[in-house]
Write a protein that binds this ligand. Structure first.
Ligand SMILES: *[C@@H]1O[C@H](CO)[C@@H](O)[C@H](O)[C@H]1NC(C)=O
Length: 124
């Protein structure tokens, strides 16, 4: 009987802990004072959230609690060939005008997509 009670208590605690887990993948972090998950802010234009594994390896392990990290992943500049023109967690791949048989009139930057002109290149 005592055994069953103990098992039940352990299972209940595990269920409580897992439902309280704040996952960086879900764009939330664990707020210690509130004892709950809060939303991360999206990154500024030109930036995206760092790869979560790389981020986790680059910061002090003290921020990781059993309820999840107490900080959000760092935002870094979009990779070459990617842009973020608004506030978002991820950069988007830039358009490739060549693949659409069009001339590029504006190069892709970290905050804006490439722009192609409307003229199809004659490939005959
Ligand atoms: C577009 O695609 C072509 C063909 O795959 C490639 O050679 C070129 O480097 C690409 N340009 C950009 C800007 O990604």
């Amino acid at each position: 009987m005592m055994m069953l009670v103990t098992i039940h208590a352990v299972l209940t605690m595990e269920a409580a802990a897992s439902s309280l887990m704040c996952r960086a993948e879900d764009h939330v972090y664990y707020h210690e004072q509130l004892g709950g998950c809060l939303n991360c802010e999206p990154c500024n234009p030109g930036e995206e959230q760092m790869d979560i594994q790389k981020w986790a390896a680059s910061i002090p392990s003290g921020i990781f609690t059993i309820y999840g990290p107490t900080q959000c992943p760092t935002c870094i500049t979009c990779r070459e060939g990617y842009f973020n023109s608004e506030r978002a967690f991820q950069c988007t791949r830039c358009k490739n005008c060549t693949l659409h048989n069009k001339h590029e009139v504006e190069q892709c930057s970290s905050i804006s997509d490439a722009e192609c002109d409307g003229v199809l290149i004659d490939k005959r």
